[in-house]
Design a protein around this ligand. Structure first.
Ligand code: ATP
Length: 135
């Protein structure tokens, strides 16, 4: 089966360099599936799970915004932060979710609702991607 290269890069450095038969990404326009030979394109990513499927095995990567660049032989993800399911610190993600939820509940005047909402979305995404490890 044909494969396509995948590079996931963040400001902290490379997160993953591998190849896959199919890549499924959550873009602002919706979910897309990428196969080897896909037409070149660039798309903004949502906070979500990037799925790398190879030989019937799916690997999940928590990706937090950024861009997807597709070329026929390589897919590059440039994200502010990204973690493979196996590197997620679940206690940290749960603590971040609790913190964000408490801030949203408190509804203080001086907090930035959008920033806290994004913190919560990142934490929920990490928890959800971590859960896929058990499946
Ligand atoms: P926190 O409040 O726990 O720092 P955050 O959403 O503000 O979470 P980010 O700014 O998205 O964190 O990421 C900062 C760095 O920490 C990145 O390198 C990211 O990969 C890493 N990181 C954040 N949360 C986790 C986690 N639960 N497990 C592993 N790495 C994490």
């Amino acid at each position: 089966m044909k494969t396509i290269k995948v590079n996931i890069v963040t400001p902290d450095g490379p997160v993953c360099e591998t190849d896959a038969n199919t890549i499924i990404a959550v873009t602002e326009a919706g979910e897309i599936g990428i196969l080897p030979g896909h037409v070149a394109m660039v798309a903004p990513l949502k906070i979500g799970s990037l799925r790398l499927i190879k030989d019937g095995v799916t690997e999940h990567v928590a990706v937090h915004g950024g861009f997807l660049e597709v070329r026929p032989d390589v897919v590059t993800v440039l994200a502010q932060s990204a973690e493979m399911a196996s590197t997620i610190d679940i206690a940290r993600a749960q603590a971040a979710a609790k913190r964000a939820e408490a801030t949203l509940r408190a509804k203080k005047d001086d907090y930035d609702y959008q920033v806290v909402e994004l913190e919560l979305k990142r934490a929920i995404n990490r928890i959800s991607v971590y859960e896929t490890r058990k499946k």
